[in-house]
Write a new protein. Structure first.
Length: 145
């Protein structure tokens, strides 16, 4: 359920964010109470409360006094915007930097992205092992073994 990479309260908060993003939890939907969460996942109620407090501070959840916690209106849009921005900074910017180091034109990167999006990219084809032929020797099968 929970691993040792991050504190449990952060893993709980991430799980709830993911449930909102994938539609398992909808805006204005009530979420489990901290006690229910603690009982279900066999964790300390204070740990669950810390995760919920973080999500309230972020504006992802809100409290209705005497009723419980609910997914905030616009929570999904807010989370989506944050994930999109992290995608560009954590994935796309390093990809562009690596392409430049390797001398790959960005037009080629864009072409590959389009191929992948269409389902016809290089990941669709199995990797073929290549063997080196002695210099000047031609392989009958085009060099692929």
């Amino acid at each position: 359920m929970f691993d040792g990479r991050d504190p449990i309260y952060l893993q709980i908060a991430d799980r709830i964010r993911t449930e909102i993003l994938n539609g398992s939890l909808r805006e204005e939907e009530q979420v489990m109470s901290t006690t229910q969460y603690a009982t279900t996942y066999r964790i300390n109620p204070a740990t669950a409360a810390k995760a919920f407090a973080q999500l309230v501070d972020e504006g992802v959840l809100y409290k209705r006094r005497g009723v419980g916690m609910f997914v905030s209106p616009e929570a999904r849009d807010q989370l989506m915007a944050g994930r999109r921005e992290r995608f560009f900074t954590d994935v796309l910017e390093p990809l562009v930097a690596e392409a430049r180091v390797l001398g790959i034109p960005l037009t080629e990167v864009a072409d590959r992205l389009r191929q992948l999006d269409a389902g016809s990219g290089p990941t669709a084809a199995p990797q073929v092992a290549r063997t080196a032929a002695p210099e000047g020797a031609a392989l009958e099968d085009g060099g692929v073994r």
